[in-house]
Design a protein around this ligand. Structure first.
Ligand code: AMP
Ligand code: MG
Length: 491
C-alpha cells in the first residue's frame, strides 16, 4: 500500500530564488507519537495509511511521498527589532500543498526534518518538548476558534538532539494556509528585487485574498487586508490571554494565522506586563505590547510593498501610512467588541469600555486568574454563585463593587439570564493550555516515555468551552510551586 498525498504544489513553481530544493534527512527509528486523524481526513489524507510504518516514515522525513517537491523557503526577518537579511527554513521542509475539504490550499511541512541551506549553525532538528508544546498549543488555539497553523502529526525521530543536554528528537508535521511571512517579503525587498516582491504579492493575493484581484489597486488592497487580519488576530489573542512570545516579522504569517509556537504561553493571573519568553529580556513581546508590535511588523511589510503602491516614493509612503492607520480602529473594534461579549453584553453603550477596563484593573490589582474570572462570571450571569468569582480576587471587595455596576448594566438588556450565560460560556473558555500542564506533559513524555498525560490534555483542550466535570482540575491555575514563569525556544 502506498500512502497517497494529493499534492498540488504552487510555491515550488515560483522562481528558483524563492526557495532551496532540499529533501528531509532520514532518521534512524521513527515512532509515531500522535496522528491528528480528523485533520488528516479534512486534508484528503487517509489516516490509516499515515499510521502504517510507511506513513510514519514519511511523517519523520525518512521517505518521500509521490508528488512531494520538498523545499526550504527563503525569508528574512526582524528578530527583536534587528534585521537579518537571510533566515529561511533552517529546520523545516515544505513537502507540498493539498486542497482541503473546504477547498482551501494547505501547506504540509515537516519541522525538525534536518538541515537545509538556511540552517546557518543549527542542526535542523527539533527536540521532543517543543514539538509537543507546539502540537498542544496550536490545536488548542484551533479549538478556541482562533486562526492558527495546525498539527497533523508528531513522531519521535529515534535520534538524540544536542541542546544543553542530549534530548530526544522529534518531527512535527505542520499544516498552514501557507508559510509565507512578512519576512518573505523582506527577503526580496532587502535585495531590491521588486520583480520578486511583485511576484510574491500576486501569489499571496491569488492564494489568500482572491477577491482582491478585481480591486482597482490590488496591492493597496492587499496591505489593507493583511492589516485587518493581523488586527483581528492579535485582538483574539488578547481576549484569551495568549502571549506569542516571539513576534518577529519572520513569525508573522501573511495569511493571518498564528504561526511558530515557540516560547508562547497563556497567562494565568491577569497582568498586562506578562512576559514568558526567557529570551525576551526587555519585554518587547509582553502581553499588552502585542498590538503595538503587530503594527510595527505591518509597517515593515508596508515598506516592502512601497514600490508597488506608487511610482513616486513620497506618494507611496503617504498611502502606506494611510492604510496602516486603519490598524488602530480595526484592533479596537475587535478587542472592545470581544470584551463586550466576554462581559455578556448584547448591546453597545458608551461606557462599556470603562466597565471592561475597570474589571481588568481590578483583576490586575487582585491577581485574579484571567480565564477563571471570565468563566466564573459566565456562570454568575446565569444565576450561579457570585462568590465563586469573588474568591478569585485578593481583594474581594473591589470585585463586589465592580459587580454592582456590571449587574446594573446587564439589567438594561432584555435577554434572560440563561441566554446570557450561554452566550458568555461560548466565548469565555473553561480550558486553556496552561503552562504547568504542558510542562507536566513534556516531563512525563521525556522522562518516562508516558504519553497518557499528553493525550488527556489534548482531549480536554479539544472542547474548551464545555464544562467537563470529570476534568475540572484542568481548569485550575497552577499552585504556587507549579508556576512556570518562563518558556524557552528550545532551538
Ligand atoms: P524560530 O525561532 O523557530 O522562529 O527560528 C528562527 C530562525 O532560526 C529560522 O530561520 C529557523 O529556521 C532557524 N532555526 C531555529 N532552530 C534551528 C535549528 N535547530 N536548526 C537550524 N535552523 C534553526
Ligand atoms: Mg520562526
Amino acid at each position: 500500500m502506498t500512502v497517497h498525498f494529493p499534492f498540488q504544489n504552487s510555491y515550488a513553481a515560483l522562481p528558483a530564488n524563492f526557495f532551496a530544493r532540499v529533501a528531509p534527512t532520514p532518521v534512524d527509528k521513527p515512532r509515531l507519537i500522535k496522528l491528528n486523524r480528523p485533520l488528516a481526513r479534512h486534508l484528503g489524507l487517509d489516516p490509516d495509511q499515515l499510521a502504517t510504518p510507511e506513513g510514519v516514515e514519511i511523517l519523520a522525513g525518512k521517505a518521500l511521498p509521490d508528488g512531494a517537491e520538498p523545499i526550504a523557503m527563503a525569508y528574512a526577518g526582524h528578530q527583536f527589532g534587528h534585521f537579518v537579511p537571510q533566515l529561511g527554513d533552517g529546520r523545516a521542509i515544505l513537502l507540498g500543498e493539498v486542497i482541503d475539504q473546504d477547498g482551501v490550499r494547505r501547506d504540509i511541512q515537516l519541522k525538525g526534518s534536518g538541515p537545509t541551506p538556511f540552517s546557518r549553525r543549527g542542526d535542523g532538528r527539533a527536540a521532543l518538548g517543543p514539538v509537543l508544546r507546539e502540537y498542544i498549543v496550536s490545536e488548542a488555539m484551533a479549538a478556541l476558534g482562533i486562526p492558527t497553523t495546525r498539527s497533523l502529526a508528531a513522531v519521535m525521530s529515534g535520534e538524540p538532539v544536542m541542546r544543553e543536554t542530549a534530548l530526544p528528537g522529534a518531527v512535527l508535521t505542520r499544516v498552514a494556509a501557507s508559510h509565507i511571512r512578512i519576512g518573505t517579503f523582506q527577503y526580496f525587498a532587502a535585495r531590491k528585487d521588486t520583480e520578486a516582491v511583485k511576484r510574491l504579492a500576486d501569489h499571496v493575493i491569488d492564494r489568500h485574498y482572491p477577491s482582491l484581484k478585481a480591486a482597482e489597486r490590488p496591492y493597496h488592497a492587499l496591505l489593507s487586508a493583511v492589516v485587518g487580519r493581523q488586527a483581528e488576530l492579535v485582538a483574539r489573542w488578547l481576549l484569551v490571554g495568549f502571549i506569542h512570545g516571539v513576534m518577529n516579522t519572520d513569525n508573522t504569517s501573511i495569511s493571518g494565522e498564528t504561526i511558530d509556537y515557540g516560547p508562547c504561553a497563556f497567562m494565568d493571573q491577569y497582568d498586562p506586563a506578562t512576559v514568558f519568553s526567557s529570551i525576551d529580556e526587555h519585554g518587547r513581546y509582553a502581553y499588552a505590547n502585542q498590538p503595538r508590535i503587530a503594527l510595527w511588523n505591518l509597517t515593515r511589510l508596508a515598506e516592502c510593498l512601497l514600490p508597488l503602491l506608487a511610482d513616486d516614493q513620497d506618494k507611496a509612503v503617504t498611502e502606506a501610512q494611510d492604510l496602516l492607520g486603519a490598524f488602530g480602529e480595526q484592533f479596537n473594534d475587535a478587542y472592545k467588541g470581544g470584551l463586550r461579549k466576554k462581559l455578556g453584553l448584547f448591546t453597545e453603550r458608551n461606557d462599556d469600555q470603562l466597565l471592561a477596563q475597570a474589571l481588568l484593573d481590578t483583576m490586575a490589582a487582585g491577581r485574579a486568574d484571567f480565564t477563571l474570572t471570565f468563566r466564573a462570571l459566565s456562570a454568575a450571569a446565569g444565576g450561579g454563585d457570585a462568590g465563586d468569582v469573588c474568591a478569585l480576587f485578593e481583594e474581594p471587595v473591589a470585585f463586589d463593587e465592580w459587580a454592582v455596576r456590571w449587574r446594573a448594566r446587564l439589567a438594561e438588556e432584555p435577554q434572560s439570564a440563561a441566554e446570557r450565560a450561554r452566550a458568555m460560556a461560548a466565548v469565555n473558555p473553561a480550558f486553556i493550555p496552561r503552562n504547568h500542564r504542558i510542562e507536566a506533559v513534556i516531563q512525563a513524555a521525556v522522562t518516562n516515555d508516558d504519553y497518557g498525560p499528553f493525550e488527556e490534555l489534548l482531549s480536554v483542550l479539544a472542547a474548551p468551552y464545555e464544562d467537563q466535570p470529570d476534568f475540572a482540575a484542568y481548569a485550575d491555575p497552577p499552585r504556587p510551586e507549579e508556576r512556570v514563569c518562563q518558556t524557552f525556544c528550545g532551538t
